[in-house]
Design a protein around this ligand. Structure first.
Ligand SMILES: NC(=O)c1ccc[n+]([C@@H]2O[C@H](COP(=O)([O-])OP(=O)(O)OC[C@H]3O[C@@H](n4cnc5c(N)ncnc54)[C@H](OP(=O)(O)O)[C@@H]3O)[C@@H](O)[C@H]2O)c1
Length: 286
């Protein structure tokens, strides 16, 4: 993409969203940074301006369709259009179906599914009118496989993958509009320690653990080359093959491996994490 694209990023207050913002800022992009943590967004906006981009921030909970619409309108008002939307916002809860309180379970699915639909609807409305634009949705390897005690997250990501694929089919009618799905494996971000947990441990990224910058590079490449997306994580295809081809082996191994590789060693308190509150709030008063 030529010039300095206008890029809106959800979930920009940390992890993959923030890394993507910094990568685009290095190219001189004009950024709209959204999430629920005002202070972190402001810090990131300053870093993006220092890196050569321009940035404005907007508090938006992705489950609030009006707030998402306001963020898209901000891009149009401030920068005169919208070229790329990178949707990363999501939350996680650990626990079996019977362990996770119903409102927490529902909220994880809601942020994932309705949040993605809200972001996609508002982005595509603008892209379709302009005849061009890129929507990049961050899915997960857990949108292709499942793991015990991550049911709400897996359900949300399977739905997100289904929605992304549907949107790719629908986008065939508008040749300048591109929808991509990027599916990371274990990435070193705070999503694990911010997650709600009801298993007496926080989560931890399963190896091999990559950096959020690796996902950001993939996002930029996908947009630059009009690609449909793909995995970030060398073991994603292996896990997917095991899940599909030898489900009896997969199901036997996934529980013990999950305990060993996807939970922190140290026991910790159970709680709602950042499911209902911003990550910034949780860091200030855990
Ligand atoms: N880390 C991994 O290993 C991994 C693996 C596979 C897929 N992913 C996916 O990658 C994406 C980014 O995650 P990450 O690892 O970078 O974690 P992260 O740093 O926690 O980023 C998630 C972002 O979503 C925001 N958010 C949460 N709920 C929101 C809501 N209701 N409305 C608006 N924003 C909300 C959070 O900020 P606020 O609290 O400030 O709102 C945060 O900035 C997610 O879709 C995740 O599922 C991550």
């Amino acid at each position: 993409m030529d010039g300095s694209p206008v890029v809106l990023i959800t979930g920009a207050s940390g992890g993959i969203g923030a890394a993507t913002a910094r990568a685009y800022a290095g190219r001189g992009a004009r950024l709209v940074l959204t999430a629920r943590s005002a202070g972190k967004l402001e810090e990131l906006a300053q870093a993006c301006e220092q890196a050569g981009g321009r940035a404005v921030t907007q508090i938006a909970d992705v489950t609030d369709a009006e707030a998402v619409r306001r963020a898209v309108e901000l891009a149009q008002r401030e920068f005169g259009g919208l070229d790329v939307v990178v949707h990363t916002a999501a939350v996680v809860a650990y626990g079996r179906l019977s362990q996770v309180p119903e409102p927490v379970w529902d909220r994880v699915v809601d942020v994932g599914v309705r949040g993605t639909a809200n972001v996609a609807r508002e982005s595509l409305r603008v892209f379709e009118a302009a005849g061009q634009g890129h929507l990049v949705i961050i899915g997960s390897v857990l949108g292709q496989i499942t793991a015990p005690r991550m049911g709400s997250y897996a359900v949300s990501k399977w739905a997100v993958h289904g929605l992304a694929r549907t949107l790719q089919q629908e986008a065939r009618q508008t040749p300048g509009v591109h929808v991509a799905l990027v599916s990371p494996g274990g990435i070193d971000t705070r999503i694990y320690r911010m997650a709600a947990t009801y298993v007496g441990h926080a989560g931890s990224p399963p190896p091999p653990v990559l950096s959020p910058e690796a996902v950001a590079r993939k996002v930029l490449r996908v947009v630059d080359k009009n690609q449909r997306g793909g995995a970030v994580g060398p073991l994603n295809p292996v896990m997917r093959l095991g899940f599909e081809l030898v489900p009896w082996v997969y199901d036997r191994l996934v529980g013990p491996l999950f305990n060993l590789l996807a939970l922190s060693r140290k026991p910790g308190p159970n709680g709602e994490g950042n499911v209902f509150r911003s990550s910034e709030d949780v860091e200030k008063s855990p």
